[in-house]
Design a binder for this molecule. Structure first.
Ligand code: FO1
Length: 314
């Protein structure tokens, strides 16, 4: 442990966010890090409440994430899904047998009246995760993608339609406004640094900013705010971020991600490949760190986490 004397709040979506969250968790003590996670992707499947991004972060920090997909549990089997398919159920969303236990437990606890924050903390503790993983909100929040084939709930767009339909807009159905979870509010008050993990700006970070009062609190945050670009050399490591940018008439580049965080970030981290774009980000009023942002190994994740914290604290 290098002994950072700080408290960090990491904002994360799924796979990309979870990688940096793991790097941060490896170099910060449990009481120094809160990972706030997007819940706009949550969906009911087969009668169960599934929180894909919370689970991706939780499984990654627990060391049990499937290394090939980034989501789900390593060594997974799909016996239940095969049986369900044989019964004639539409099974386009792949829930593995081990993963299923998470959703059964979550659904039971939610049905008993516990909040998503309480349930997540119980699940994470049972998996041996010591750092705080909190949902952005305990209220209902659904990301909807308007596309050329109609409006699709996020998982319909992302998994069933493999992000193929051309998107025209992204909307958030919050039933009149979603309040920040207690852990999110607390972390905003107590943290010295906010780290925007390299997550999709439209589908993962925008929902977090849409939670009531959050954009304003981050805009007025007294500490350091630093974002890592999920776009490297004009492409996303994973997912439809670059495709969506092109469909929205925005250049798929780290510069255009940075533009979305004007007023919300003091510093922006781009990959070595994009070094020639540093001046453009600098002219947006952000300090720029150029380094390797591709996180393949645990060492890569820890190295990037260190660079992000050192740059924010310098
Ligand atoms: N992604 C897929 O592409 N196909 C799946 O069948 C699938 C199942 C799934 C089950 C549990 C879970 O936690 C995540 C799952 N994901 C699947 C990933 C998920 O759709 C996305 O990673 C996130 O929602 C986007 O961050």
């Amino acid at each position: 442990m290098p002994g950072y004397d700080t408290n960090a709040l990491a904002l994360a979506g799924g796979v990309g966010g979870a990688k940096l969250a793991l790097g941060l968790a490896k170099i910060l003590d449990p009481d120094q890090l809160t990972v706030v996670v997007n819940t706009g992707d949550d969906e009911i499947f087969y009668g169960l409440h599934v929180s894909p991004d919370l689970d991706t972060v939780m499984y990654t920090l627990a060391g049990i994430a499937n290394p090939e997909t980034g989501w789900g549990i390593t060594g997974e089997t799909f016996n239940m899904l095969e049986r369900l398919t044989a019964y004639g159920e539409d099974t386009w969303f792949g829930l593995g047998d081990k993963d299923l236990a998470t959703h059964i437990r979550r659904t039971n606890l939610l049905n008993n009246g516990e909040s998503l924050s309480e349930v997540t903390s119980k699940l994470a503790a049972a998996l041996g995760v010591e750092h705080a993983i909190v949902p952005m909100t305990d209220d209902s929040f659904r990301t909807i993608v308007d596309t050329e084939i109609g409006s699709l709930a996020f998982q319909d767009y992302f998994v069933k339609h493999r992000s193929e339909p051309k998107a025209t807009a992204i909307r958030f159905d919050t039933n009149g406004g979603a309040r920040p979870s207690p852990g999110f509010g607390r972390a905003l008050s107590e943290s010295k640094i906010i780290v925007f993990c390299p997550s999709n700006p439209y589908l993962s970070v925008a929902p977090i900013l849409e939670v009531t009062g959050i954009r304003e609190r981050i805009a007025g945050f007294p500490g350091k705010r630093i974002a890592v670009s999920p776009i490297i050399g004009g492409a996303a490591i994973k997912g439809p971020a670059a495709k969506l940018m092109a469909e929205f008439g925005v250049e798929p580049s780290c510069v255009d991600v940075a533009k979305q965080y004007i007023g919300l970030c003091d510093a922006f981290v781009i990959d070595n490949i994009d070094a020639d774009r540093a001046n453009e980000i600098d002219s947006l009023g952000m300090d720029v760190l150029v380094c390797n942002t591709i996180m393949t190994s645990k060492e890569d994740k820890m190295a990037l986490a260190r660079k992000v914290l050192d740059f924010a604290l310098r």
